[in-house]
Design a protein around this ligand. Sequence first.
Ligand SMILES: [Zn+2]
Length: 264
Amino acid sequence: MPCSDPWKPARIANTAMESGSSHATVAVLVSGGLDSSILLADLLRQGRRVQPLYIRSHLFWEAAELRAVKRFLKALAADGPGLPELVVLDLPVADLYRDHWSVTGREGPDAGSSDDAVYLPGRNVLLLVKAALWCRMHGVSELALGVLGSNPFADATPAFFAAFEACFNRAVGGRLQILRPFASLTKRQVIDRGAGLPLELTFSCIAPVRGLHCGACNKCGERRAVFQAVNARDPTRYAQPCAANPRSGALPPGGNSEPRTLTP
Ligand SMILES: [Zn+2]
């Protein structure tokens, strides 16, 4: 089958010849969380033209999450060279996930649950398909993700990303590169790169309360543990203060293997 371009892309990027150079647009899949937010800022600091993408699956926490993404991007744009407008792509999953906690918000994994309790079936496949197609149709040949190499899920391994990239490019006759600039970094190193950024505007909660981090869910426990582990002040406003975090001393997926200094 010939690999002729079936689209006349609505190009936002520079020419394909510039792809991969510091002048080419790199799309960044943002989730509002620490890793993807810091990655986006990091690429901006490197002088890259960055196009933020957000996939909206209408999950329970996404209204609060999307508001946070917009606030964070607004703060970055005000403090830097500016950013293209956030692209929001809809990918509803309620018909697949049905009464799962990610849709209903009921009985989701709490702060004491294990890392794999927040696994969502096919999450990265779904996110990547839509984001990669957007890139293909807009002449963008790099898609950056904020995943860390130690992420334990099967759809976050180097083998998965390599296979997906090859399969996708074969399917659409493209040459998209999926970048994981933080793949070799520890969580501590990622947080260090976030120094000076408005991390209070990032968001990582699956059960928000009045738009705030709930303070009691798996992701809030993970977030607290991260700041504790790197001895950094947690700038997050939690709806429910937590005197004892059950995940203290344990970094989340994508955590690190370095010795940790915990706060008392
Ligand atoms: Zn929470």
